[in-house]
Ligand binder design. Structure first.
Ligand code: SAM
Ligand code: SF4
Length: 322
């Protein structure tokens, strides 16, 4: 069992499979041209799987595959199947922008995947093009539809941006409600890669806008081990708001992250990381587990979110795995 210095039980591993992405979301990616080659020395699925097995043996029972865009990683379904076959009981999920989902959903299902979080910031094609810097909406919606038809358990993620999609929150909530899936509105997290003028809305502002469509919103019970605060409409539909600017989630944080190049990161908000790449290349699993335990011990108590004094990580989410 992995226990950190603040007595938190670490049972959740998030794996970024690539920094590469087929979108250039304003809030996430730097101004790279779409055809820019990102130099990445990726760990192979075999190497990653050696580590995943060791983590599961150490008590990890929840794994999320993210990126960059994880569906860009060739044969992703092979990796999913390796994990599923080893430990079908673990909670295995991916986070995706859904652009390639229509074609990939079936093989992912066959490989054993059941859950996915899908990013959907707008239902307006022009705004989607502005945010992703590519005409993506139609294909994303087809991907969502396909995943729904195949019976995936889906959650939608929406980053709320002032003057861009903040006039659409009720529409987005209605879309999710009609689809029978939960939507979570995420406060924009400032970072060095986001486009300069972007501003987010805080959770109170998000709730105020939602109340224009749904005047009665109840606070629901806060799930443990999750940064989300849940709310309930009068008809029982539940949605979430993720407010990372507060540190109220930190005392129950149960996660560590592995980047595509083999860095283990104890907290999204800090630069500290240790590499397990050499250990995995040498198939030295005891060494990789030793480093894992060191990273767990190093896990900071709180995110210390602070834009003013630049204490937060300079890594963007597409690098760390959001
Ligand atoms: N490409 C996939 C996607 O977009 O779903 C997975 C990786 S993406 C980095 C994971 C999540 O991070 C997405 O839901 C995205 O909206 C969120 N994200 C990225 N940058 C963010 C930021 N600056 N503030 C808040 N959320 C952000
Ligand atoms: Fe790509 Fe996801 Fe970042 Fe958008 S949020 S640029 S889809 S990694």
């Amino acid at each position: 069992m992995l226990i950190d210095s603040f007595d938190r039980h670490i049972n959740y591993l998030r794996i970024s499979l690539t920094q590469t992405c087929n979108f250039r979301c304003l809030y996430c990616m730097p101004k790279l041209p779409f055809d820019a080659k990102v130099e990445e020395k990726l760990l192979s699925f075999e190497e990653l799987f050696l580590f995943v097995k060791a983590c599961i043996d150490e008590g990890i029972n929840k794994i999320r595959i993210t990126g960059g865009e994880p569906l860009l990683r060739q044969d992703l379904e092979v990796f999913i199947k390796m994990i599923y076959d080893y430990a079908p009981q673990i909670d295995l999920a991916i986070t995706t922008n859904a652009f390639l989902l229509e074609e990939k959903a079936s093989v992912l299902k066959e490989a054993g995947l059941k859950r996915m979080n899908i990013s959907l910031d707008t239902l307006d094609p022009k705004k989607a093009k502005k945010i992703a810097q590519k005409d993506v909406l139609e294909q994303v919606l087809r991907g969502i539809q396909k995943a729904k038809e195949l019976g995936f358990f889906i959650k939608l993620n929406t980053v709320v941006l002032k003057g861009i999609n903040d006039d659409e929150l009720v529409l987005l909530l209605d879309y999710a409600k009609n689809l029978g899936v939960q939507i979570r509105f995420i406060e924009f997290m400032e970072n060095h890669h986001a486009y300069g003028q972007l501003k987010g809305l805080n959770s109170t502002e998000i709730l105020t806008l939602l109340k224009q469509g749904y005047p009665t919103i109840y606070e629901d019970e806060k799930p443990i081990n999750s940064p989300v605060s849940l709310y309930r409409l009068e008809d029982g539909y539940k949605f979430g708001i993720i407010d990372p600017h507060s540190d109220k989630f930190c005392n129950s944080c149960n996660r560590i992250r592995l980047t595509a190049e083999g860095f283990l990161i104890p907290c999204l908000y800090f630069d500290e990381a240790l590499s397990i790449k050499k250990a995995l290349k040498q198939k030295d699993i005891p060494e990789a587990v030793k480093i894992l335990k060191q990273v767990v011990i190093n896990k900071p108590e709180k995110n210390k979110w602070s834009v003013a004094d630049n204490e937060t990580s300079s890594r963007a989410f597409y690098q760390t795995g959001g």
